[in-house]
Design a binder for this molecule. Sequence first.
Ligand SMILES: [Zn+2]
Length: 219
Amino acid sequence: MRNVVNLDIEQVELAKAVTGLVELPVRVDNDVNTAALGASRVIEQADTGVCVFLNFGTGLASGIVVDGVLYHGYSGAAGEIGHIPVDPNRFPCPCGQYGCLETVCSGASVGRLWPQADPPMPDLISRANAGEPHAVEVLRIVLHAIGDALQIVAHSFDPKLIALGGGMAKTGRPLLLAIAGELHDREAASPFLQGLALTARLQLAPSDIPLGALGAALL
Ligand SMILES: [Zn+2]
């Protein structure tokens, strides 16, 4: 493991350490990748083609599964979209950059932007829908970043399915509707984007199955 910023870990030889304890072959991967692999086995038709699991947890990251196999990239960082520094608010990120996507569109960052409730997202959406100005403003920031995150994975990998997971996705249908609204606004100005029909590719990952553990067992 290298540079796990949310756990303040620079480098740990984890597989070696655990192998010494259990005397079994050990494979290491991150929680989002294993959840992506787990999701690809339980979501209908996700075991073929390109499927992306977008995780709104402590951070923001995606796992990419191609025909049932995890895609890691050259250094294992494929799908780490949370640290793409594009958000105009330019909040500092633990990774050392400013404006990383995960500073505005992860479960933890929404908790910082909307500390009034725990979990924050259901309360934020219902207050924004009721017209509370501050909630409308915060939700606009979050949805803008979620829209960017979706477009980044959609344009990079053209997946047939994007499964939304992590703590924030437990908000369920109200979150899905809010995201669909954001995409609809963008599509209204862009026939190109409309043609990609991203809303139809979105679905919530099952929240009653331990996807990360399931995927870890399949590594
Ligand atoms: Zn970052």
